[in-house]
Design a protein around this ligand. Structure first.
Ligand SMILES: Nc1ncnc2c1ncn2[C@@H]1O[C@H](COP(=O)(O)OP(=O)(O)O)[C@@H](O)[C@H]1O
Ligand SMILES: [Mg+2]
Length: 401
């Protein structure tokens, strides 16, 4: 297990300053409605009958301040350049992912209450409630960080906090090649798919890098094209001059005002998109998306959760059935709507990589199946049976030169 530097120590770890004392000082300052300045903290400590040196007082000040602003003891983790995920499973169990799988860090919270306070404060920054009546939250913080938290007793062992740090810009395709995510010979293929304006879905498991790859690919769209993005949580950050971003929202406390992905796809279609993008296809919006791709909206794209490319048709079927679209209807739309599936995997070392590119074909019964066209494994690139079809699609899409 590797560890990561902790930056500033939470004061609760310092000798002589226990969580109890911190709690008492916090309480006194809260009563007075005062900011934690060194003078006030020193006063509050004296009132608690404790005399501490300057360094300790400053330690308490910095612990209290980081609780009130930013992400408390998680701040140094979140701001580290290579950290993508910060996960808290217990006050003394804080994990990060820096691209190589989860690593435990030495960062500690004073106690369970401190984790809960941070989760609730972050939720309120995102304009959401998190309490016993609504014990989980899935929201985006103003800086783009994705917040998920669950309180006990739903989270059996205590407050669980997951933060996904948003990169300020998309990786370029060259960076993804350098990182080993896109194989060197995959670069040209992906560009050809984009240039031909083929509609595609990126499939893979959770955290396999689907959204990240989609951002990078959308950055390759022609500068004269208008991209309209519909997302549950605005995560895509294509580096492109013309992007319209739409985001769903939950109902307010009176149960009104909910905006679904399906609403967004319908609105997006009226906004003259050159490329309609559904961040993650996860529900009834699949029907609107397929209908759109069938009616002249080429070049659409999105991501979908699937553990293998061959599972994509069944996954879309399941999603379509939630909107009352039957299997035969879905498959007949799918065949015309979607051209390519790009599949990502996360291998055992934690590296995310493009593993396979599939094309879609109808089988003898008219159902859509995926056919591998290109695959990359430890042994390198392999052409697969769908290769010719993929090349034809790319040629046709580009039109006569
Ligand atoms: N190729 C990559 N190299 C390094 N980090 C990556 C890469 N792809 C994705 N990530 C990081 O992994 C996390 C999950 O990626 P994301 O694209 O959101 O996955 P998914 O959409 O499949 O759930 C993000 O924090 C992202 O910044
Ligand atoms: Mg995603």
């Amino acid at each position: 297990m590797r560890t990561i530097g902790r930056g500033e120590d939470p004061a609760a770890d310092r000798p002589g300053i226990g969580g109890g004392l911190l709690e008492a000082v916090r309480g006194r300052l809260a009563e007075a409605g005062a900011e934690p300045t060194p003078a006030r903290v020193a006063m509050a400590l004296r009132a608690e009958g404790r005399l501490l040196g300057d360094a300790e007082v400053l330690g308490v000040v910095s612990a209290l301040r980081s609780e009130m602003t930013g992400s408390g003891p998680l701040e140094p983790l979140i701001t580290a350049p290579d950290v993508t995920d910060v996960l808290v499973t217990a006050p003394d169990e804080v994990w990060v992912d820096r691209g190589g799988g989860l690593e435990r860090t030495p960062v500690r919270f004073a106690d369970e209450a401190a984790v809960r306070r941070l989760a609730q404060r972050l939720a309120s920054v995102a304009g959401r409630r998190l309490d016993d009546a609504r014990p989980w939250v899935d929201a985006r913080l103003p800086d783009g960080t994705r917040l998920h938290a669950v309180l006990p007793p739903v989270a059996v062992a205590g407050t669980c906090l997951s933060l996904r740090v948003l990169r300020p810009r998309a990786f370029t395709l060259a960076e993804l090649v350098a990182a080993g995510t896109v194989p060197p010979d995959g670069d040209r293929l992906l560009r050809a798919v984009l240039d031909a304006r083929l509609s595609f879905l990126i499939s893979g498991g959770t955290g396999s890098g689907k959204t990240t790859l989609l951002s990078s690919l959308l950055s390759l769209a022609g500068p004269a094209e208008r991209l309209v993005l519909a997302e549950d949580s605005a995560e895509l950050r294509p580096d492109h001059p013309h992007v319209v971003r739409l985001e769903t929202r939950p109902a307010n406390q009176e149960g009104a005002g909910r905006v679904t992905l399906r609403d967004l796809v319908r609105q997006a279609l009226r906004m003259r998109p050159d490329r309609l993008v559904v961040g993650e296809v996860r529900g009834a919006e699949v029907t609107d998306l397929l209908a759109a791709l069938n009616t002249g909206h080429e070049g659409g794209s999105g991501t979908v959760h699937a553990n293998a490319p061959c599972d994509v048709p069944a996954r879309l079927e399941a999603l379509g059935s939630t909107a009352g679209l039957d299997r035969a209807a879905l498959h007949s739309q799918l065949a015309a709507a979607l051209s390519v599936v790009l599949h990502l995997v996360r291998d055992r070392s934690g590296r995310r990589r493009l593993a396979q590119v599939d094309v879609l074909e109808r089988d003898g019964d008219g159902f859509v199946v995926t056919v591998p066209a290109a695959a990359w494994s430890a042994g390198g690139f392999q052409e697969a049976p769908g290769w010719r079809r993929l090349m034809n699609l790319c040629e046709r899409g580009r039109g006569p030169e």
